[in-house]
Design a binder for this molecule. Structure first.
Ligand code: 2YJ
Length: 265
């Protein structure tokens, strides 16, 4: 799993407005609509809950701007979010005691919890669904369409599950054979010259997807960090509204809407 850096998350407020416009062009849907779709909720179930972002100092420690960025993303979609004054277990304790949702990330996991209904959300799973919902909307429905899912980690698998449920045929690619064992999808360990129109890029490597693997109208939805496309190709796809990529925004927002679902137990 890639650790985010300060440069991945600068200027989040300006970036969110730009991202929303980009998504409207690429997916014909707003940021909030994509996020609610990924969690399976509609506007009537949306609530603004008190939500704290608790900084975590363990492991490699605080990433400057991370908690602030998470907080701004949550506020952007309508949560009543704030950055907690205390950190780590103390912050988590105080949030739960107040009956507030909390968001926290260490070096391996980014999670959210709603003490009012017991709902938890994991960033990897939420991110996969967020980028899958964006691809589904960009494709104007994904039923009976073939989707290349590159990367069989938690994000890729979550995206594959969502898209399979929506009726897509999944080709799951990973260079690690072991990750493909017992997969319920068609799998490959090399992309060869096969061309795809719909791609989820959920690897942690750069330059995984090249021009020769994409049709002329291909849409790439890419939660992968770093982005697994050459810079020139990425710039062209982005300018044509055919690349969906952001480091933190979709996944974090989907975690929030996951918390609004009815009780989990
Ligand atoms: O609170 C802080 O500032 C830090 N403890 C944040 C750490 C952020 N964690 C990461 O970047 C991990 N790689 C997990 C991110 C999951 C994204 N899918």
């Amino acid at each position: 799993m890639t650790r985010l850096t300060e440069t991945d998350i600068i200027d989040v407020v300006d970036y969110l407005k730009k991202l929303d416009d980009e998504l409207k062009t690429a997916c014909n849907a707003s940021f909030k609509n994509i996020v609610m779709r990924a969690s399976g909720i509609d506007e009537t179930s949306f609530k603004s809950l008190k939500t704290s972002v608790v900084p975590i100092t363990s492991g490699l420690g605080i990433i400057g701007g991370f908690s602030h960025a998470v907080c701004e993303i949550l506020k952007y979609i309508g949560a009543d979010a704030y950055v907690c004054d205390s950190t780590d277990v103390d912050g988590i304790y105080n949030s739960i005691k107040e009956g507030h949702c909390f968001f926290s990330a260490d070096d391996n996991r980014f999670t959210a919890y709603n003490p009012l209904n017991g709902r938890i959300s994991d960033n990897g799973d939420a991110t996969g669904r967020g980028f899958a919902a964006a691809l589904e909307l960009a494709a104007n429905g994904i039923k009976d369409k073939t989707v290349l899912v590159a990367g069989a980690g938690p994000v890729g698998i979550s995206a594959a599950k969502y898209l399979h449920k929506a009726g897509a045929e999944i080709i799951l690619f990973d260079i690690d054979k072991e990750k493909l064992q017992n997969s319920e999808y068609r799998t490959c360990t090399s992309l060869g010259d096969e061309k795809y129109s719909y791609v989820i890029e959920a690897t942690t490597s750069s330059k995984v997807i090249t021009e020769k693997n994409l049709t002329d109208t291909a849409v790439v939805s890419a939660p992968g960090m770093p982005l697994g496309l050459e810079k020139k190709l990425a710039q062209r796809l982005k300018s044509e509204g055919r690349l969906i990529h952001n480091p933190l925004e979709l996944g974090t927002a989907v975690m929030y809407t996951d918390l609004l679902l009815k009780q989990e137990f």
